[in-house]
Design a protein around this ligand. Structure first.
Ligand SMILES: [Zn+2]
Length: 488
């Protein structure tokens, strides 16, 4: 497998684990929060110490430059080569001399950082670590300090040049910075699973951070499980405490760009429909499939919100004088519109998550959807109009975008296909004929030789038909008429 991967960060709420209800457990729980508070109360100080020290190390070298008359002279000469009438050869010689002085300063700086010792390993990062570990090792675990030192040192390197030029000052850290660490398979800080299925981060000093997935709209549990079973690696992560005393694990996960386990031949077709917002089926399975959401429920919520809106707008028209009442009503209208957007947004999150879960469960490597923009679905006017209505109210584009990025995060490819005839073709025999979709919900194949596309034979000699949305999803899954997401 290639080393190429994408990093994603997952934000998951965490709580310290309570080991039972006994007095002893309660005391331990309290003590552990005190340990955590100590870490938080000192971490930002350590960060400030590290960055000041980085600056101090640089300042030492800066001093050496200032105090060397020859270096200053060369800088002046090279600062204006024209006025100083320097030849190309002069410049070359001066630059070479300056380079020698540079390396001498660097050497002196290293001797200084080693405490006067002439030879030895490069003391740069070590020196800042030594400074903070002496001061903070009792309260901050060494794993955290090491990570902090690495992070702050690299932040400083980004700043250093600007600091020397006087453009910026060094950053200043305040309480509440994330507590950094790396999660490794066999490291000091690891993800673990208890027998009851709960997952926690084993932290130094006996702390166990329970992961609380909540409603888990963004599929975090799935991703954490994959870290646990070694499918994904975790990167440098952290726990951050917010001002209102909530704590979140910011878990960095490295996801391989090419996921080997998924079957690229198995395709999930997703139909965004009128009867059910979402229907999905597989290209190579004649039975399975899922449908999510219901049009009636969707319309009911929408209608209720629309009615509330109309009432507010009506009231507004009759409060033309302005003033406090009007402002309040406008705010209420804003809130209502915000709630409406949130509701659709949340539904889309749930739908997209369900589709990804379905694909993963079936080991499918590809998801296919219809291109939304500019389609006349089978040219059938009434269908088209109704579709337009749903489209106007449902942000299908947002839904597709969500499916797209969630698929990407787990290594599933997303393709768009031409929607033409997907609902009027039999997904079993491929027969296309108008009016095979005999109602919004039912499809009956008109090919006399087709056995599977008709459903059961009823006592009156007609056929029961098959689910029209499911049939369309299967056509989408099987289609090879690929198009861009948007019509050019
Ligand atoms: Zn058929």
């Amino acid at each position: 497998m290639t080393a190429e991967y994408t990093c994603i960060t997952r934000k998951i709420e965490v709580h310290l684990h309570k080991h039972g209800e006994s007095e002893e457990a309660t005391q331990r729980f309290k003590d552990e929060y005190r340990i955590w508070d100590d870490i938080n109360n000192n971490l930002y100080k350590a960060a400030n110490r590290i960055i000041s020290h980085c600056f101090f190390n640089d300042a030492y070298e800066y001093r050496l430059k200032l105090q060397s008359p020859r270096f200053q002279e060369i800088e002046k000469l090279l600062g204006n080569t024209k006025r100083n009438k320097l030849s190309a050869e002069d410049i070359k010689v001066l630059k070479a001399e300056r380079k020698l002085l540079f390396s001498d300063f660097k050497k002196q700086r290293q001797i200084f950082l080693r405490g006067g010792v002439e030879e030895g390993p490069n003391p740069e990062q070590n020196s800042t670590y030594k400074v903070v570990s002496q001061e903070f090792i009792d309260v901050i675990p060494s794993e955290v300090l090491t990570n902090l030192n690495q992070n702050i040192s690299s932040i400083y390197r980004e700043y250093a040049l600007d600091v020397e030029r006087g453009i910026r000052a060094i950053p200043n850290y305040k309480k509440g910075i994330p507590v950094p660490f790396s999660i490794k398979q066999k490291g000091e800080i690891v993800l673990k699973k208890r027998e009851d299925g709960s997952i926690y981060v084993r932290f130094p000093k006996g702390l166990e951070w329970d992961l609380n997935f909540g409603r888990d709209r963004s599929n975090n549990r799935e991703i954490v499980e994959r870290v646990l079973n070694g499918q994904y690696d975790a990167g440098n992560s952290s726990i951050q405490e917010t001002k209102n005393k909530k704590r979140f694990l910011l878990l960095v996960v490295k996801i391989p760009k090419e996921s080997r386990s998924l079957n690229k031949e198995r395709i999930v077709g997703v139909d965004l429909g009128i009867n059910v917002p979402l229907c999905a089926a597989l290209n190579d399975n004649e039975y399975g499939g899922i449908s999510i959401g219901s049009r009636d429920q969707f319309l009911k919520v929408r209608m209720r919100m629309a009615a509330q809106k109309r009432e507010l707008q009506h009231n507004l028209r009759h409060t033309t004088t302005g003033g406090h009442g009007r402002t309040q009503k406008l705010q209420a209208l804003d809130r209502l519109e915000g709630r409406e957007r949130n509701w659709v947004h949340l539904q889309n999150h749930i739908f997209s998550k369900t589709i990804i879960e379905y694909a993963l469960k079936n080991n499918a490597g590809v998801i296919q959807m219809e291109r939304l923009t500019g389609f006349g679905r089978d040219g059938k006017e009434e269908v088209q109009n109704e579709y337009k209505f749903i489209l106007r109210y449902w942000s299908f584009f947002e839904l597709q975008t969500m499916i797209e990025y969630k698929a990407k995060a787990v290594g599933i490819e997303v393709r768009y296909i031409n929607p033409y005839h997907t609902s009027q073709t039999c997904s079993f025999c491929g027969h296309y004929e108008k009016e095979q979709r005999i109602s919004q919900t039912t499809f009956v194949c008109k090919n006399p030789k087709c056995t599977k596309g008709k459903g059961k034979l009823k006592s009156d000699g007609t056929f029961e038909g098959i689910n029209a949305d499911w049939n369309a999803s299967r056509n989408i899954a099987k289609s090879t008429e690929f198009v861009d997401k948007k019509k050019k």
